[in-house]
Design a protein around this ligand. Structure first.
Ligand code: ASP
Ligand code: MG
Length: 403
């Protein structure tokens, strides 16, 4: 069976007009003789409205009831799509998570899929039916409705693709695909044709909001090829696939940036073993994620400065915890939340020398001061002043020939 999974996000099913429009997309695949499984998100805004209602009832709204409530958005959209296809003369039926069934663990609000039954849908596909599966929901081992976490209808689509060995999983969204950088920051951003899971993971965890990093990770582990594209305009999207299958071989695939980081510097901490551990211990026990870290070399071997970044939301807590930390002494605590992290990403840098140099050189030519640096195998990040964000992105975009 030539199965394809088509997943439609909230904006793609946001109005009746849009549902009419995506029905045409579904039909086009039926005409190409694909067996189509549709996975849908709720109409845009629907889930947020439901969550608001739960908050109006109680700030301690029961998790299991929360899942029954917020999963209902998908129940509406899947029935509308199925009914539209029937209206057009195609055989189509909606399937809620429990009807497939999509079995999950008992972790309400962010359940993980344990298994997906194949019989029901395969039977229906054999009869030339088009199943429209409600994304984002499942049924727990205890027989209760679960949801898979915000934005997790992608996760449903990827797991369905895996279980049904789909040829492809197309994620229809409101953007044209993954861009080399945020077009609002740099106008000449281009659509990336092909990208590896690893690069995509970095792009999404660093602030490109096309897909959630969890879902990309799931796709990587299940080896599902993903195609992200727009349901609103007709154009080729971005293919996300295995490293070795990615053609287009730029050293750097994309540039991402953040605006929600803050820099913390402890001036004059003792330069002796155990100090760094003492600084970060209370942050770790309080679930504060420390991202970039530098420790200056101390010329006198007595004291030194330690700089690190945390998310802006965690800044106040970090300040308090650090000030109250009895195990360390420092002269001053400096805070800067007007910073941005700019990262270049590309598997090509593993085998290409000189990338770091080119990055720093391009920034220095524009007189941009680098505050903190961190690297991984496929990524180099620098922290710069927020006012230099646009300049930095455009300089790097040009330097690595992404224009
Ligand atoms: N409707 C759910 C949400 O808004 C799932 C999704 O859209 O992927 O979080
Ligand atoms: Mg959504």
């Amino acid at each position: 069976m030539k199965i394809i999974v088509l997943k439609f996000g909230g904006t793609s099913v946001g109005t009746i007009k849009r549902i009419n429009n995506i029905s045409k997309i579904i039909v086009s695949y039926l005409k190409k003789r694909f067996k189509v499984i549709v996975v849908t998100s709720a109409m845009s805004g629907a889930t947020n409205k439901l969550i608001k209602k739960s908050k109006q009832i109680s700030d301690k709204f029961n998790d299991s009831e929360y899942d029954v409530l917020v999963s209902s958005g998908e129940q509406i959209s899947c029935s509308l799509i199925a009914a539209k296809l029937s209206h057009l003369g195609y055989k189509s039926k909606s399937y809620l998570g429990w009807q497939v069934p999509i079995i999950t663990d008992n972790a309400h609000k962010s359940a993980k899929i344990i298994s997906i039954g194949k019989k029901v849908l395969i039977n229906y596909l054999r009869q030339d039916g088009v199943p429209i599966v409600a994304g984002f929901q499942g049924i727990s081992l205890d027989g209760r409705i679960t949801t898979l976490g915000r934005g997790a209808s992608d996760y449903t689509a990827i797991m369905i693709s895996k279980y049904f060995k789909a040829k492809k999983c197309i994620i229809y969204t409101d953007v044209e695909g993954v861009m080399t950088t945020d077009p609002r920051i740099y106008r000449k951003a281009k659509k990336i044709k092909e990208i590896s899971y690893e690069e995509m993971l970095e792009m999404s965890s660093l602030g490109s909001k096309v897909m959630q990093s969890n879902s990309v990770q799931d796709a990587r582990l299940s080896r599902v090829n993903i195609d992200v594209r727009s349901s609103l305009i007709k154009s080729k999207g971005t293919l996300i696939k295995k490293k070795k299958n990615v053609r287009q071989n730029n050293v750097i695939r994309g540039i991402s940036s953040t605006t929600n980081d803050a820099k913390v510097t402890l001036v004059g901490v003792k330069d002796k073993p155990g100090v760094a551990a003492s600084i970060f211990e209370p942050l770790s026990t309080n679930n504060i994620n420390v991202d970039m870290v530098v420790q200056n070399i101390s010329p006198n071997k007595v004291d030194t400065d330690v700089t690190f970044t945390v998310k802006k939301d965690d800044l106040n807590k970090t300040k308090k915890l650090t000030k109250n930390n009895k195990r360390i002494k420092f002269r001053k605590l400096l805070i800067d939340d007007k910073v941005s992290k700019v990262s270049i990403i590309g598997v090509g840098m593993i085998t290409t020398p000189g990338v770091t140099y080119r990055m720093f050189k391009a920034l220095s030519k524009k007189n941009i001061n680098i505050l903190v640096i961190s690297t991984s195998e496929i990524k180099i990040s620098v922290l710069v002043s927020r006012t230099k964000l646009r300049k930095a992105v455009s300089a790097l975009h040009k330097e690595f020939k992404l224009d």
